[in-house]
Design a protein around this ligand. Structure first.
Ligand SMILES: Nc1ncnc2c1ncn2[C@@H]1O[C@H](COP(=O)(O)OP(=O)(O)OP(=O)(O)O)[C@@H](O)[C@H]1O
Length: 357
């Protein structure tokens, strides 16, 4: 397919128009490791209040994009602008992760990074305390403002644990929680830093079907009830298609498509990227497309619908959706940081310096 995918890809109704209220605007981000160009002039235009998903085959550059937006990586070229609710604009390029977090971005990681020996409550309180007004001296001396701040962070942590459905487990040791609960805890911890944008890196990885449904609802509630914009990397296409307002697609470090979920999943360049990758992702895309077309045909023609309109493309596949639980995610408890700092807690977790995953 030799089409000009970039023009075609960004022309859809789902692309962020120039007049939109952008909370995050990255332009022409270029990241290289030696001779390898991991991000190639990537633009991200995220509207305030939206759920924007980033999808793409393995190695497409999704996590590198997150790492670049949150300060773990410094791209060689490009701009990253964050606009706060009051219209204040800040450049994030080259800022340290804890500064980016203070500005208003929090993230979770593909490999869960909790303080696994601490309780769920302590994990969230540590992050909430990074937002305290009281300085270290007042805390050490137990001055009234420090006690007030401590009470506030405790209340905030309780509130957030209730919000993510972990109120009955707040005194449990993080490392002993189920995988899904650890993911929820990581989200609560990121939210404790009061972000305007929450970046979730494969939050559904390793979760079971029930946990996936709960996650779907949680992402919606974070977006609608807390008013937090969500940038989501996810391989689970059902989750993406169900929660995302818009989807951008990366392949080999380039943005190849952007639009509403329905625009993107029928985009030739997207189908080609996934099919070309010959990974389990291709099967997921095929299955989702086939399922959607079948349901559209049923809507139009009822149960006795005519044969599929699709010719011999991906839509005709009856490929089963693979079990994503067998992903590359490691054992959750083992991923806990040993020397994690408060700054790392402020980022929402403690990153692996090498991969940021
Ligand atoms: N610190 C690094 N040093 C060298 N190469 C890197 C580094 N981080 C990422 N890369 C390379 O950048 C490319 C994109 O990787 P990245 O992890 O961003 O992809 P991804 O889309 O998140 O993949 P996945 O879906 O498998 O998580 C890969 O070729 C990877 O090996």
């Amino acid at each position: 397919m030799g089409t000009d995918v970039k023009n075609e890809a960004t022309a859809g109704a789902g692309s962020a128009d120039a007049g939109a209220d952008l909370v995050l605007h990255a332009s022409e981000l270029t990241l290289r490791f030696g001779g390898l160009t991991v991000l190639d002039k990537v633009d991200v235009r995220m509207r305030r209040g939206e759920v924007l998903a980033v999808i793409g085959p393995n190695g497409a550059g999704k996590t590198s994009l997150f790492n670049s937006l949150t300060g773990a990586y410094t791209p060689q070229d490009g701009k990253i602008l964050f606009r706060s609710k009051d219209g204040d604009e800040k450049s994030l390029l080259g800022r340290k992760p804890h500064i980016v977090n203070r500005v208003g971005l929090a993230r979770t990681f593909q490999n869960i990074r909790l303080f696994s020996a601490l309780t769920a409550l302590e994990n969230v309180k540590i992050a909430a305390e990074t937002r305290l007004k009281a300085g270290p001296v007042s805390i050490m001396l137990g001055l009234p403002n420090a006690r007030k701040a401590e009470r506030q962070s405790d209340e905030r942590a309780h509130r957030l644990l209730r919000f993510v459905g972990l109120e009955s487990k707040l005194n449990e040791i993080a490392g002993s929680l189920s995988y899904g609960d650890q993911r929820s805890l990581e989200i609560a911890r990121a939210l404790a830093t009061d972000p305007q944008v929450l970046l979730l890196d494969e939050p559904a990885a390793g979760t079971n079907p029930t946990e996936k449904l709960e996650l779907e609802q949680l992402i919606r509630r974070i977006n609608t009830e807390l008013g937090v914009s969500v940038l989501l990397i996810e391989h689970d296409m059902r989750l993406v298609m169900s929660v995302a307002d818009r989807v951008m697609v990366l392949n080999f470090g380039k943005r190849i498509a952007e639009g509403s979920p329905s625009e993107v999943q029928q985009h030739p360049a997207v189908i080609e990227a996934y099919l070309g990758a010959s990974s389990e992702d291709a099967e997921v895309v095929q299955a989702v497309i086939a399922e959607q077309r079948a349901s559209e045909e049923n809507d139009v023609a009822g149960p006795a619908a005519a044969p599929a309109v699709a010719s011999g493309d991906a839509a005709s596949s009856d490929a089963a959706v693979p079990d994503e639980d067998a992903s590359e995610e490691g054992a959750p408890a083992g991923a806990a940081p040993s020397g994690a700092t408060t700054d790392q807690a402020a980022d929402g977790a403690s990153p692996d310096e090498e991969s940021g995953k």
